[in-house]
Ligand binder design. Structure first.
Ligand code: SF4
Ligand code: SF4
Ligand code: SF4
Length: 494
């Protein structure tokens, strides 16, 4: 008797949610046609499947790169109902905050179809200065040194006190302060750009490529001229910039090559952080085919093809502070002829990662200890080029020196100002949420009551389920004064 052969292979088990009702349900991870698929069953809404990764070899190799948890000095909640209902962080959480975010307003001058933070036009709020400072102080107390703080929104440049907020953050024990923005205000308001040049936050600019048609779909109108004007201004004032393309399969995945080419030739643009579009907020209503979507590994494959092998999939290293399916990164050195050289082609980062993740033991010579701390600095969600400490650049030079620069024609120091980073951050959504990943998350939204919530959990379980208004109630409960502003007035002021 011929028995049928199953068309997928069991790989693992986790908890996820039903994409229709968001009830917590069990989920299987399966290998099918060299792809990793999440399959789950909701008693009410039946089966659903989503593509998690296109390349199982990558997934297998990255699974070993999970680092033992590095815990915060203090926790913010107790375990009462179980994950994901106890975020704070609770004692079950498996990583401290590498990258913190504070939303300082929900107001925005755009209405992007892919936005995960709507609505912007009703019940506008602005975080007050005292609460902002208190929230930072809480986070710094939990962390000792807070690696990175992102000021975000809505559109944070529309907050009336945005420049003061950046100054206040920079006075704290924080390694780097980032300003998330759509770039409109920088493009339109030169005074504002000049002020940013004095304070020097790193600009984290949404930028979906060079095709005007793409912006009509991702941002609701052709924003390319404004984006280019913003970039010109950031270059003029030499402000460190991270370009953040939201990439959707079949829409702008062909833009990765041109964006990376721009990265290589633009001195103040230090990083491209690619974000596959995730199905939340406005995007949940867009037609994302959950089985034919771009994933982290899909982005790597597209980058390798579109850069003609200048940046290969093998140049990406796992970021072991969070779950390996959440993100990966690569560092590129530009030689004197501006030719890109990937760090991993000179340094066996994987060998060091084995030690970082405690899977190998070795005689810890002083050189090796130094190299280990250097790898920890670069293989982290908090690794940002261009901060005042230059920690990431120094770490890369340390690694180059430790391997005697084999194969390098240029001395390590010469690369100090010629480093670029390409990272991929694959945020979770209604289809892909995986409790394993949530518990290891190191990217946290700070709330006005002092809690830190893993960013994907905040988006999935709080923001769009009415808890956005909880955010507002929290402000009220703490006696914070905030203005019920009208979006239009704010937009005009910008
Ligand atoms: S995601 Fe982390 S902090 Fe939130 S409930 Fe789960 S273990 Fe606790
Ligand atoms: S600019 Fe950002 S906050 Fe504003 S609508 Fe677009 S995605 Fe949302
Ligand atoms: S924010 Fe989401 S994708 Fe990023 S590390 Fe946390 S759980 Fe993973």
């Amino acid at each position: 008797m011929d028995r049928a052969i199953g068309h997928h292979m069991y790989y693992g088990f986790t908890r996820s949610i039903c994409p229709v009702c968001t009830e917590l349900i069990n989920a299987q991870l399966l290998i099918r046609d060299d792809q990793l698929i999440m399959r789950k069953f909701c008693p009410q809404h039946g089966h659903s499947e989503t593509l998690v990764a296109t390349n199982v070899d990558w997934v297998n190799s990255s699974r070993t790169a999970i680092k033992p948890p590095d815990l915060p000095l203090e926790l913010g909640s107790e375990v009462k109902k179980g994950c994901p209902n106890d975020c704070g962080l609770c004692p079950d959480h498996q990583q401290h905050t590498c990258f913190a975010q504070i939303e300082i307003t929900n107001v925005c001058d755009l209405d992007c179809p892919i936005c995960y933070t709507p609505p912007h036009a009703t019940r506008a709020w602005y975080l007050g200065r005292e609460r902002f400072e208190w929230m930072i102080d809480q986070a710094v107390a939990r962390e000792g040194l807070l690696n990175q703080l992102a000021i975000t929104g809505g559109e944070p440049t529309l907050h009336p006190e945005i420049l003061d907020f950046i100054r206040l953050a920079k006075r704290r024990n924080i390694e780097g302060v980032l300003l998330f923005t759509n770039g409109n205000r920088i493009a339109k308001d030169e005074e504002f750009a000049r002020a940013l040049a004095d304070i020097r936050p790193t600009i984290y600019l949404s930028f979906d490529g060079f095709n005007p048609e793409v912006y009509k779909q991702t941002r609701g109108k052709d924003l390319l001229p404004l984006k280019l004007q913003c970039l010109e201004r950031l270059s003029k004032y030499n402000i460190s910039t991270i370009l953040v393309p939201a990439i959707m399969k079949g829409l702008n995945d062909d833009q990765l090559g041109p964006i990376i080419e721009y990265l290589f030739k633009t001195p103040n643009v230090l990083t491209v952080q690619v974000q596959p579009v995730f199905a939340l907020g406005g995007c949940a209503g867009m037609s994302i085919n959950s089985l034919d979507r771009i994933t982290m590994t899909g982005v790597m494959e597209a980058i390798e093809a579109q850069t003609h092998g200048q940046v290969k999939m093998s140049d990406f290293i796992c970021v072991p502070c969070h779950h390996p399916l959440c993100g990966s990164t690569s560092y590129i050195l530009l030689d004197e002829q501006d030719q890109p050289l990937s760090l991993t082609r000179f340094v066996d980062v994987k060998q060091f990662l084995d030690y970082v993740t405690n899977r190998s033991r070795a005689d810890m010579t002083d050189l090796f200890k130094l190299s280990r701390s250097a790898v920890e600095a670069i293989a982290s969600a908090s690794a940002v080029l261009g901060t005042e400490t230059g920690r990431v650049e120094e770490s890369i030079m340390q690694l180059l020196t430790s391997v005697n620069c084999c194969g390098l024609d240029t001395p390590p120091r010469a690369f100090r100002k010629r480093m670029k980073q390409i990272s991929i951050h694959a945020f979770q959504d209604l289809y892909s949420w995986d409790q394993n990943r949530a518990q290891k998350c190191c990217v946290h939204t700070l709330l006005p009551d002092g809690r830190a919530i893993p960013f994907c959990n905040y988006n999935i379980f709080h923001r769009n389920t009415g808890d956005a208004w909880t955010y507002q109630y929290q402000l009220e409960q703490f006696g914070e004064t905030y203005k019920m502003g009208q979006v239009k007035e704010i937009t005009d002021a910008a």
